[in-house]
Ligand binder design. Structure first.
Ligand SMILES: Cc1ncc(COP(=O)(O)OP(=O)(O)O)c(N)n1
Ligand SMILES: Cc1ncsc1CCOP(=O)(O)O
Ligand SMILES: [Mg+2]
Length: 211
């Protein structure tokens, strides 16, 4: 299944979006133009995770954005939404059998074209590379270069996500080197108001129109 995947890919963070900020800040990101939202919550509180993910699915439907669940194929299957899998998160083909036929499944490829080759063979809907810059959220993620991004663009006919330390200042160079989507946590959500989230989301989104 092919999808038109391009634009801002917002990822939630349980610390930055604590204390009632999750829904208003995510709504602001969607209002500002985020096309994809990933629910990334590493806690073991299954009931809260289900409630939050359901609320996010409703919001995404309202803004015709796509919801992706990080790591958890059961939750994605239950909500009939997409899934993001890292290298330690289980088999992509096995997940495919549990999800709707048009569910988006993305794969972490770090900084390795070989991982991307495998993900493409496994039927991934997008390939995620990074971190490209210093990441406050995941400082130890393997570093990827702009040269790798250019090579991936030339080699794969699949949407490419760039992640890791993406800011309003460095976003343009990632798009210019072949990124179809920019996945952002800190630069989008480390602010004190929903209005500022919306402003930042709009600024990221407008870059896709001009590149
Ligand atoms: C869009 C996107 N790209 C990469 C990741 C990282 O996934 P993973 O390597 O499994 O690490 P965690 O996010 O699970 O800590 C991602 N989540 N989203
Ligand atoms: C999940 C993940 N994988 C590689 S970097 C990263 C974190 C991205 O967050 P930030 O935009 O705050 O650097
Ligand atoms: Mg993971």
């Amino acid at each position: 299944m092919t999808h038109r995947l391009r634009g801002l890919y917002a990822i939630t963070d349980s610390t930055l979006l604590a204390d009632g900020r999750l829904l208003p800040f995510v709504e602001a990101a969607l209002k500002g133009g985020a096309r994809i939202l990933q629910y990334r919550d590493k806690s073991a509180d299954a009931a809260r995770r289900l409630d939050e993910a359901q609320a996010l699915r409703d919001l995404c439907e309202h803004y015709t954005a796509r919801l992706i669940i990080n790591d958890d194929v059961e939750l994605a299957a239950r909500l009939r939404v997409g899934l993001h899998l890292g290298q330690e998160d289980g088999s992509l083909p096995a997940a495919r059998t549990q999800l709707d036929p048009d569910a988006i499944i993305g794969a972490t490829c770090h900084a390795q074209l070989e991982l991307a080759e495998q993900a493409a063979q496994d039927g991934a809907d997008y390939l995620a590379f990074g971190r490209f810059f210093k990441s406050r959220t995941k400082p130890d993620a393997p570093a990827a270069s702009l040269a790798l991004l250019t090579q991936a663009r030339a080699r794969f006919n699949l949407p490419i996500v760039a992640i890791g330390g993406v800011t309003q200042q460095n976003a343009g160079v990632l798009i210019a080197n072949g990124a179809d989507m920019l996945a952002v946590i800190h630069e989008l959500f480390s602010v004190s108001s929903a209005a500022e989230v919306e402003r930042r989301a709009r600024a990221f989104s407008e870059l896709f129109a001009t590149h």
